[in-house]
Write a protein that binds this ligand. Structure first.
Ligand SMILES: NC(=O)c1ccc[n+]([C@@H]2O[C@H](COP(=O)([O-])OP(=O)(O)OC[C@H]3O[C@@H](n4cnc5c(N)ncnc54)[C@H](OP(=O)(O)O)[C@@H]3O)[C@@H](O)[C@H]2O)c1
Length: 389
């Protein structure tokens, strides 16, 4: 893949999944997860809410649903019926599943009441405008799942909630540059539309950074679990002090439900880890998820990395140009308002177990394993080149 194409692929994956710019069967991943009642025993709250999720069947949604049901809430989803959940399948038997299309068919949402709406599938400003308008008199709260992409280009060193949003694509740009801006512009304007319809005091905006964890269909984060589970000599990209940010989708999902329970309206960045971390610290900590021996080859020359088509191995994204601050999102407000973080080793191990479970098709695993252009495939030769240079 040439550099342009690889860069474009990264942007497009980001757009599809969230951030502008990257045979172990546990009960979680198989079809036999705990029932809502079993889970509710441990952690249900007093208030039982009726929550509508626009979306809900892909990555973030099932984790929101599992947690919400474990706390005694009831869930309705609204989808086209195309995407089927790959985790917590059993739980979905107790989910009311409405069918429609955010493009042109919201009939199933008419004349219904919910305590809260979670808008996960907001991929057009118009979609959010229409659903928020339709639901504002019948629902108390609207939670819009946004993205840190609203801050693109990432030029600041401390991106707080009130940092300027990208509300329009600058004129005079080529198609690739427009693509980089488009997702953030859409998310930023969708946020405003949700607030316009529901009002500030009834809207929650959550902006996750790169999410990873079980059920992630992007293959964007699986490099590290695969590679660290194998051990040996491992390529570590970037310079010391190249910061990384990421969030386990379960931490984001569970926090969103608690924000709704506590009616904590407002706008929040959702970025982990809890404390600042650079790529070296990330890898050193993540490796402890596995009992194999690893040594790391630090490749800290950006030019060499670029020449070898390594612009990112998420969560590391080369912090240059528009991406210099992509891992500098401030999470103070989120932490003060209840965002918690499970240990990185747990996230890595769970992701690895999920990847090897029957929730993931062999075809999906093969796609990653057999990609001759991937860092996984090229690592050895790149390390050799680096040592010889
Ligand atoms: N992944 C990341 O790293 C990341 C980072 C930051 C923010 N985000 C944001 O997080 C959100 C959650 O994404 P997710 O995929 O995990 O959410 P999800 O709620 O688990 O799944 C997305 C849902 O949208 C539904 N959908 C798609 N097109 C639709 C349409 N035209 N009408 C009705 N429903 C439709 C899909 O079902 P059907 O196909 O059956 O319709 C699916 O249920 C997204 O807004 C994303 O931008 C993601």
């Amino acid at each position: 893949m040439n550099k342009k194409k690889s860069r474009r692929k990264f942007i497009e994956t980001g757009i599809k999944t969230g951030v502008a710019l990257p045979f172990f069967t546990s009960s979680l991943f198989s079809c036999t997860s705990k029932t809502a009642d079993q889970q509710a025993d441990s952690s249900s709250t007093n208030q039982k809410l009726k929550i509508l999720i626009l979306g809900g069947t892909s990555f973030l949604g099932p984790h929101q649903i599992a947690y919400a049901m474990s706390r005694g809430h009831s869930i309705t989803t609204f989808t086209r019926g195309k995407t089927q959940p790959s985790v917590y399948k059993k739980l979905f038997e107790n989910v009311e599943q409405l069918i429609g299309d955010r493009n042109d068919n919201l009939t199933a949402l008419h004349n219904r009441k919910w305590d809260a709406v979670i808008d996960n599938s907001g991929h057009k400003v118009e979609w959010t405008k229409k659903t928020a308008k339709l639901l504002k008199d019948n629902c108390a709260l609207y939670l819009y799942t946004s993205s840190t992409g609203v801050f693109y280009p990432y030029l600041d060193n401390d991106i707080k909630e009130d940092t300027k949003l990208v509300l329009s694509e600058p004129a005079e740009m080529n198609e690739e540059q427009k693509l980089e801006y488009r997702y953030g512009v859409m998310k930023a304007n969708s946020e405003l539309e949700a607030i316009r319809q529901f009002g500030k005091d009834r809207t929650i905006i959550v902006r996750p950074t790169y999410m990873f964890g079980p059920a992630d269909k992007t293959n964007r984060f699986i490099h590290w679990p695969i590679r660290l589970s194998q051990g040996g000599e491992i390529l570590m990209p970037g310079k010391e002090n190249d910061m990384v940010q990421y969030i386990d989708a379960r931490d984001a999902a569970e926090w969103m439900i608690r924000l709704i329970e506590d009616k904590k309206t407002g706008t929040y960045n959702a970025a982990g880890p809890k404390e600042k971390q650079d790529i070296y610290e990330f890898v050193e900590e993540a490796k402890n998820a596995f009992e194999v021996k690893s040594t790391f080859v630090k490749i800290d020359d950006y030019n060499f990395l670029k020449e070898n088509d390594i612009h990112y191995i998420v969560p590391w994204i080369m912090p240059t140009g528009e991406n210099q601050g992509s891992a500098k999102v401030n999470n103070q407000k989120a932490k003060e308002n209840g965002l918690t973080f499970r240990p990185l080793t747990e996230s890595i191990k769970d992701t690895w177990d999920w990847w090897n479970s029957d929730a993931v098709s062999q075809a999906q695993r093969d796609k990653v394993g057999s990609d001759p252009k991937s860092v996984l495939a090229l690592e050895k030769s790149i390390i050799e080149k680096w040592k010889k240079r």
